[in-house]
Design a protein. Structure first.
Length: 402
């Protein structure tokens, strides 16, 4: 009895020290990443490519293709899509962006003058001097920056100038890194799982890694899906309303929609300024359309799509967003959904493991089984290199025992 109690205390102490060590290690990694952030760009892009192509490569490999050929096919499809976009979609957007950026200073000047005219007309609405100065400074700063961007676009360079070569090099390095990681991903996973110890530790590590990966992948794909939907709906709605530069405003709205709080405000402000040169009623219609889309995205699209992607009930997603905003503001809202999904997945796994009962079902509400669990994964497909590594390690172990 005393031995069991002593062992329990030792385990608790080890866990506490492990958590402290993990926190120190995480702080060190964050500090180091901040110091070498420029060098990490290819690795971050490569990680995104690996996350996006991991399952397609696994599916193709499960059908008999080698991982190298599967990666090549995925790269070829992605290059074809990007090429078609570059030929038919990107040029009109770039042209519209150039015109929009060239005209935006006039829009901004008109909006600021309108604001001050309203203030002069309604003297009861006193504007503090600091706010007036802030509006003027913001107007001049944005106008100057947009003027620089306009000149860059006129020269055929979209805001990157001399960094184009660096961008191409980083992209090439990222694709090369992603290729090698995708090719050897099963071996990497097998070697990492060896660190977990025996069969039970390997099983725990496999389950935890798989569930966390599914949540993160689902969150990324869900965010991308929502951004595309919001961007397209913004473009179509503003085009129907007759607001100029609807396509580029839709792109801005889709990209900024990834930013909680600020995203819808930026999209709505840009749409309102563009609509102001048509008529005051167009401003009202544009703002109402953006507000309606924001409500649709917050109350329906995000909970519904994210619920399917990360297997968390829509009500819990809304709750996690509110808690994240309260705890950590912008950053808390940004990462609330993946954190909620990871916590839910880990709770289900350990509860089912220790109680020997099934908690999550395919049609569950609070605890839903991931529908993608049956999809091909890197750990499910045969890999000759991993099997050879396993055999060699077993041979060495047998010789050591002898």
């Amino acid at each position: 009895m005393m031995a069991e109690k002593r062992e329990s205390l030792v385990r608790g102490a080890l866990l506490i020290w492990a958590l402290i060590g993990a926190a120190i290690l995480a702080a060190g990694i964050i500090w180091l990443a901040a110091r070498i952030s420029a060098a990490l760009v290819p690795f971050v892009v490569a990680a995104l490519v690996v996350f996006m192509l991991r399952r397609p490569v696994a599916r193709l490999s499960a059908n008999g293709l080698s991982r190298g050929k599967a990666i090549g096919i995925c790269y070829l499809i992605a290059a074809s899509v990007l090429t078609l976009s570059g030929l038919f979609v990107i040029p009109p957007l770039v042209e519209q962006a150039r015109e929009f950026i060239s005209a935006f200073p006039k829009y901004l000047e008109y909006a600021s003058q309108l604001w001050f005219r309203l203030q002069a007309q309604y003297t009861d609405m006193a504007i503090p001097d600091w706010l007036r100065d802030a509006v003027l400074v913001a107007r001049d700063t944005i106008s100057a920056q947009l003027g620089d961007w306009s000149r860059m676009l006129a020269a055929g360079v979209l805001g990157v100038g001399g960094r184009a070569v660096g961008f191409v090099i980083n992209l090439f390095l990222a694709l090369v890194l992603a290729f090698f990681v995708l090719r050897d991903l099963p071996i990497f996973k097998d070697e990492i799982l060896r660190l977990a110890g025996g069969a039970e530790g390997r099983q725990d590590a496999t389950e935890v890694f798989g569930r966390i990966t599914r949540v993160v992948e689902g969150w990324m794909r869900g965010q991308g899906t929502i951004a595309v939907i919001v961007g397209v709906l913004t473009w179509v709605g503003l085009e129907v309303l007759g607001v100029p530069y609807a396509a580029i405003i839709g792109v801005i709205a889709g990209i900024t929609n990834l930013i909680p709080y600020l995203g819808p405000i930026v999209g709505g402000a840009v749409a309102a300024i563009a609509a102001a040169f048509v008529s005051p009623m167009h401003v009202l219609y544009a703002v109402l359309w953006i507000v309606a889309l924001q409500q649709l995205e917050s109350l329906f699209l995000q909970p519904r799509i994210m619920s399917d992607r990360i297997n968390v009930h829509p009500a819990l997603i809304i709750f996690s967003l509110l808690v994240g905003a309260q705890v950590a503001g912008f950053v808390g809202m940004l990462f609330a959904m993946p954190v909620a999904g990871i916590l839910s997945a880990l709770f289900v796994y350990y509860f089912e493991k220790h109680t020997d009962s099934q908690l999550a079902t395919e049609h569950g509400a609070l605890f839903r089984k991931a529908s993608c669990e049956s999809e091909p994964d890197d750990s499910d497909e045969p890999n000759e290199a991993a099997e050879a590594l396993e055999a060699s390690v077993n041979d060495v172990t047998d010789e050591e025992r002898k």
